[in-house]
Ligand binder design. Structure first.
Ligand SMILES: [Zn+2]
Length: 170
């Protein structure tokens, strides 16, 4: 059995900018009005015979949507994004901790973005595929102990008509 949550109707949405470095058309800063769908498979259990409470699933997804909303998503482990650094310090989330600006280049283009305008992703790409995995990882942490769940699937849609779905068995 499964529960399904439709991100448009359940208001699991965010609007963000991103860039897919070196891609023909997506290599320029652009944005999407994203929405996030979820499908959770399992067996009803507990006092209400739920697979999992809709409320818990929506809360987890919405927390990430709020972090991403109205920000530019920057994947810090992308091989094409060269972050400006005066040291040979490793690039990880800690590297940006006390910085006000995110400075980087992609081939000949140079960028300087206030950190407050950005959300730094510990990922290689800000593609719908990677974002779907990111949401799934958080959802597993938040709900895997709350019911008899056998799989979690998350769809991150870049507007209506195209999205990436990631499914993982628990
Ligand atoms: Zn895009």
């Amino acid at each position: 059995m499964k529960i399904m949550i439709n991100g448009i109707n359940a208001n699991l949405r965010f609007s963000s900018a991103h860039i897919i470095p070196t891609h023909d058309s997506c290599g320029y800063i652009h944005g999407h009005s994203y929405f996030v769908d979820a499908e959770i498979e399992g067996e009803p259990s507990g006092s209400f015979d739920f697979i999992v409470d809709f409320k818990d699933v929506k809360k987890s997804i919405l927390e990430v949507c709020k972090e991403f909303d109205h920000r530019i998503l920057i994947p810090i482990f992308n091989n094409e994004i060269k972050f400006k650094s005066n040291t040979d310090e490793k690039i990880d989330l800690g590297f940006f901790k006390n910085r006000e600006y995110i400075e980087f280049s992609i081939e000949e283009k140079e960028y300087k973005i206030p950190k407050i305008d950005a959300f730094l992703l510990p990922l290689k790409h800000s593609s719908a595929e990677e974002l779907a995995k990111y949401f799934t990882k958080k959802l597993i942490e938040d709900i895997s102990s709350k019911g008899n769940i056998s799989s979690i699937a998350i769809g991150v849609n870049e507007g209506i008509g195209q999205g990436a779905f990631f499914k993982t068995d628990l």
